[in-house]
Ligand binder design. Structure first.
Ligand SMILES: *Cc1c(COP(=O)(O)O)cnc(C)c1O
Length: 370
């Protein structure tokens, strides 16, 4: 089965092998050396002043960022399930909560955020997805961060990059917390989250908030190449392996170019079949198609062609399907996926099979790779 969901993504064989060794004790020079090397790679990936790894799924890092960086009121951008989650986290911790809500195909506008910030001086942090995975859309996070900092540089910008870090270069100039999760673009099993922090964020964190998710404790320990609590040793070993693999495959710049090419090629191929791309500003992490036969297409892909793609959640259940583009993906596998979608449409009697998806996928890929 080809796993083409936008998280979890397949774990490369060499990474699985690296994680198959005997459990290493976390308080040892051997593990600390691995931790140090991993941190060096992470600084290149995040470009932030500091990075911390947390043993949790991505949501744990979202919660850590909110409780440590928001002390009054959080403004969250809700264009999907993950944006909505930031508001729920704020409320769960008794923080003030202001939300900008849009349909799941609609990115937030910079103006709407600016207006909300000007209208409420209690807002001391903003949380937004770079790539909102619910509908596969890209928010203009860098522009939002710049505009907000121009109004009040003390407002913390929390950017959920769980389906963006490792997908595309992110300008972190005005971002205070950048979040990544192991099971999306980093091609690892779930269970490890990473937060990049600005110096301004570290200043605001001070003594930190919370206990397990207290970022002050983690920053202090991780600067010494260890963790406050037991590290997710196996996942850190896997993380080092995948970051070294990315480097061996041409580095981050190559990965970003290949991902952008793949994103364009997949969307072009599916649009050439008459399918409709759902988000108004598609993220590079996935292609999201809204279609009345979305469920049937997913079922045929899985049962006939061995391809697992994601559906939609909540009101988009049965209305969309989402195809992953993150990670080190072989182009022949991606070509198989778009071809399988074309075959599924033929099975449904929607259009006769003529190889359009593969032709367009290859044309765009070769054109952009020249
Ligand atoms: C997957 C995802 C999350 C949640 O991560 P978990 O690991 O499931 O807790 C948060 N934000 C985005 C954008 C995601 O894609």
């Amino acid at each position: 089965m080809l796993l083409f969901t936008p998280g979890p993504t397949p774990v490369p064989q060499n990474v699985r092998n690296a994680m198959a060794a005997e459990t290493m004790h976390h308080r040892t020079p051997e593990f600390e050396a691995i931790f140090e090397k991993t941190r060096k790679h992470l600084f290149k990936l995040f470009n932030t002043d500091e990075v911390v790894m947390i043993a949790s799924s991505g949501t744990g890092a979202m919660e850590a960022a909110v409780i440590n960086l928001c002390h009054n009121t959080l403004l969250n951008v809700n264009s999907g399930k993950f944006g909505e989650r930031f508001g729920k986290i704020a409320k769960a911790h008794g923080l003030g909560s202001v939300e900008i809500k849009n349909e799941w195909d609609t990115p937030v506008s910079v103006e709407a955020v600016v207006e909300a910030v000007k209208a409420n001086s209690d807002i001391d942090a903003i949380a937004v997805q770079i790539s909102e995975s619910a509908g596969g859309l890209r928010h203009p996070v860098e522009e939002i961060a710049k505009a907000v900092k121009a109004i009040n540089p003390d407002i913390m910008i929390i950017a959920d990059g769980i389906t963006a870090v490792g997908v595309e270069p992110i300008d972190v100039t005005n971002i205070d917390a950048l979040i990544a999760g192991s099971q999306k673009a980093l091609m690892l099993p779930p269970g490890l989250a990473i937060i990049g922090l600005s110096n301004a964020a570290i200043a605001k964190i001070g003594e930190g908030k919370g206990y397990y998710l207290n970022l002050a404790s983690e920053v202090k320990k991780q600067r010494q190449n260890t963790t406050a609590y037991t590290a997710a040793t196996t996942l850190v070993i896997g993380l080092l392996e995948i970051l070294e693999t990315i480097e061996a495959n041409g580095g981050l710049d190559t990965l970003y170019v290949k991902t952008a090419t793949r994103a364009k090629a997949v969307r072009s191929a599916l649009e050439a079949l008459g399918l409709h791309s759902y988000p108004k500003s598609p993220a590079k992490s996935m292609t999201t198609i809204d279609d009345e036969n979305a469920s049937e297409i997913r079922k045929i892909l899985k049962e006939e062609y061995g391809v697992n793609v994601a559906g939609g959640q909540d009101h988009l259940k049965g209305k969309i399907f989402r195809i992953n583009q993150m990670g080190l993906i072989q182009e022949y596998e991606m070509a198989w996926v778009v071809n399988a979608v074309e075959l599924a449409l033929a099975k449904l009697g929607r259009r006769p099979y003529d190889g359009t998806a593969n032709r367009v996928f290859n044309e765009v890929t070769f054109e952009m790779s020249r």
